[in-house]
Design a protein. Structure first.
Length: 312
């Protein structure tokens, strides 16, 4: 059955049937608005959009994977503020002739990823469009903690990382060259593995700044450098290239450090901590903050790609 055959309200009914309700949802889909608990009294909000052909391809990723990925991109932003995600709002614009099961599987992926952090999809909107587009807004709760913003890094701070880098970028390169293996890299592109709990843990440990690595490590921590008016130096020796990534890079003629330092979509978290602060579990040091501006690698400018830019 196509979406056109099911109709708008038939589609909504099928999608809502795939959604789970999290503990912070007081009123879910079905009314003019949802109601989400906000115990802290402050709501953290972030939004992102995925456009077919620009952010994903249906011949590369299944609908469930796209749902996981769309949710993860927003939930990671909430975690990067030191907050716990509570809810997602999703807008779907789809071609009328698209099979309705694709939208159902998308909803399953969105709901499953949200459930990893106790959040749920609480509402959204749908429209017909020649271009398949998914827009997601995430909400979160700070739990009494101060938000960890980009502008707090200080000279002498340690730069630390939680999560993995380079896997999704390597998977994208593999797929773009027409291959489907190594599976670990391809699956990382299709469905990120995000260290959600590392964000609130960093906030509790006294992180001075934090950011989600969605577009590439060097580009994203450059936002910290600019907002904090400091320089950041990354130590290349802090990164170990996994065997599968090294083998794929050799086969494809790519420097794997380009994936690690300039690749996005893994949604790792980068943060800065005072030098004497013990790093929380799951965090590892990768560099230092110093007086100055910009981002360097081993105290030198990086000549490779910095990261993703939608308009470049």
């Amino acid at each position: 059955m196509s979406i056109a055959e099911a109709g708008e309200f038939g589609l909504i009914a099928r999608v809502v049937a795939r959604l789970e309700t999290g503990p912070t949802t007081l009123l879910g889909p079905g009314d003019d608005s949802a109601i989400v608990a906000a115990p802290d009294g402050r709501i953290v909000a972030s939004t992102d959009v995925l456009v077919e052909g620009r952010h994903f391809r249906r011949d590369w990723s299944g609908a469930t994977d796209v749902g996981h990925r769309a949710a993860a991109a927003n939930l990671a932003d909430i975690a990067a503020m030191g907050a716990k995600p509570t809810a997602l709002l999703v807008a779907l614009c789809a071609p009328p002739d698209m099979d309705i099961t694709w939208a159902e599987d998308l909803a399953s992926g969105l709901s499953a990823e949200a459930s990893l952090v106790g959040a749920s999809v609480v509402g959204g909107d749908m429209s017909s469009s020649p271009t398949l587009t998914i827009a997601v807004t995430a909400l979160g709760d700070l739990g009494g903690q101060a938000p960890v913003v980009r502008s707090g890094a200080q000279p002498g701070d340690v730069i630390a990382l939680a999560g993995r880098l380079g896997y999704a970028a390597a998977g994208y390169t593999v797929l773009s060259r027409g291959f489907r293996t190594p599976k670990a890299l391809v699956e990382a592109y299709r469905r990120p593995s995000v260290p959600y709990e590392a964000g609130p843990a960093a906030a509790r440990a006294g992180a001075t700044s934090m950011i989600d690595i969605s577009d590439g490590l060097l580009q994203d921590i450059g936002h910290i450098a600019k907002a904090s008016i400091v320089g950041l130096d990354i130590h290349s020796g802090a990164f170990e290239v996994p065997d599968q990534m090294r083998d794929a890079a050799q086969a494809l003629g790519v420097d794997p450090m380009q994936w690690l330092l300039g690749g996005g979509d893994d949604h790792a978290l980068a943060a800065t901590f005072p030098a004497q602060t013990p790093l929380p579990d799951g965090w590892r040091p990768i560099g230092r903050v110093h007086e100055g501006t910009g981002v360097t690698v081993d105290q030198k400018p990086w000549s490779g790609p910095l990261g993703w830019d939608h308009f470049r």
